[in-house]
Write a protein that binds this ligand. Structure first.
Ligand code: KIV
Ligand code: NA
Length: 267
């Protein structure tokens, strides 16, 4: 089986085929999702939250994300693996973005990168793309900007904000982005952007009209440690309950001497 390419994803848009994307942060889950047929895996900077336990994605570093990318790339035989560029490692200049992105490809083995921001980031997207690094853009609720956005709220509401988002998406497409994530924007705006662009839109909290959908895998599978999931999350499993039950049963079987049984012992 050959690796999924950005060309496949763009062909899917032309054919009207929707595709799923999940985050992954290690070898084992990447292998599971790859075997399940998920064509695109994102090593999101959401690792800040779900792997490292930070409150926001702002503090996570390249050195923290790179080892996760290596694991995911080894686990994914078919999926395209995209690495998120962390906050503060690409905004200063196209050169800075290229230096960071190149590390994710050379040292991490990623096939593409993702960065947050609108038209202002077009020079970064243009340099990376021309240097041979596919770029997925990310608009709407961009969590790295939580401090200027004043919290995690719906973006692109109202005519002005909606127009700005469409202009940003078009600028990023012109700069060479191969796809764009739309996070927590009104469904009718996401639909409009999806129709305006020839590159795929990947929605998260952006309605059903996007070309693709992405979720953080722990949200998708019900492995939240604390807090209430966002409105856009659908839980397809209750892994927290499954793992809690497994850990409790293991603990009680150890305490009672039921585990290990004769069949788990070497004679
Ligand atoms: O970091 C992440 O998980 C993301 C996706 C939710 C789009 O950026
Ligand atoms: Na991210």
């Amino acid at each position: 089986t050959r690796r999924v390419t950005i060309r496949d994803l763009q062909a899917a848009k032309a054919a009207g085929d929707r595709w799923p994307m999940l985050t992954a942060y290690d070898y084992s889950t990447a292998g599971v999702f790859d075997n399940a047929g998920v064509p695109v895996l994102l090593v999101g900077d959401s690792a800040a939250n779900v792997v490292y336990g930070y409150d926001t994605t702002v503090p996570v570093t390249v050195d923290e994300l790179l080892p996760l990318v290596r694991g995911v790339v080894r686990g994914a035989k078919r999926a395209l693996v995209i690495a998120d560029l962390p906050f503060g490692t690409y905004q200063a200049s196209p050169q800075q973005a290229l230096d960071t992105a190149a590390r994710f490809l050379k040292e991490g083995g990623a096939h593409a990168v993702k960065l947050e921001g609108g038209a202002r980031l077009a020079p970064q997207v243009e340099l990376l793309t021309s240097a041979g690094i596919p770029v997925m853009a990310h608009l709407g609720l961009t969590p790295q900007s939580v401090n200027t956005l004043s919290g995690y709220r719906v973006q692109g509401r109202g005519d002005d904000a909606g127009h700005r988002l469409i202009e940003d998406a078009l600028a990023l497409q012109e700069a060479g982005a191969f796809a764009v994530v739309l996070e927590v924007v009104p469904a009718d705006l996401a639909k409009k952007v999806t129709h305006e662009l020839r590159i795929p839109t990947v929605g998260i909290g952006a309605g059903v009209e996007c070309d693709a959908q992405v979720l953080v895998w722990q949200d998708m599978a019900g492995l939240r440690v604390e807090g209430k999931p966002a409105k856009f999350v659908k839980q397809y499993a209750d892994l927290a309950a499954v793992l809690t039950g497994a850990a409790q049963t293991f603990a009680s079987e150890v305490q009672s001497g039921v585990y290990p049984g004769a069949e788990h012992s070497y004679h």
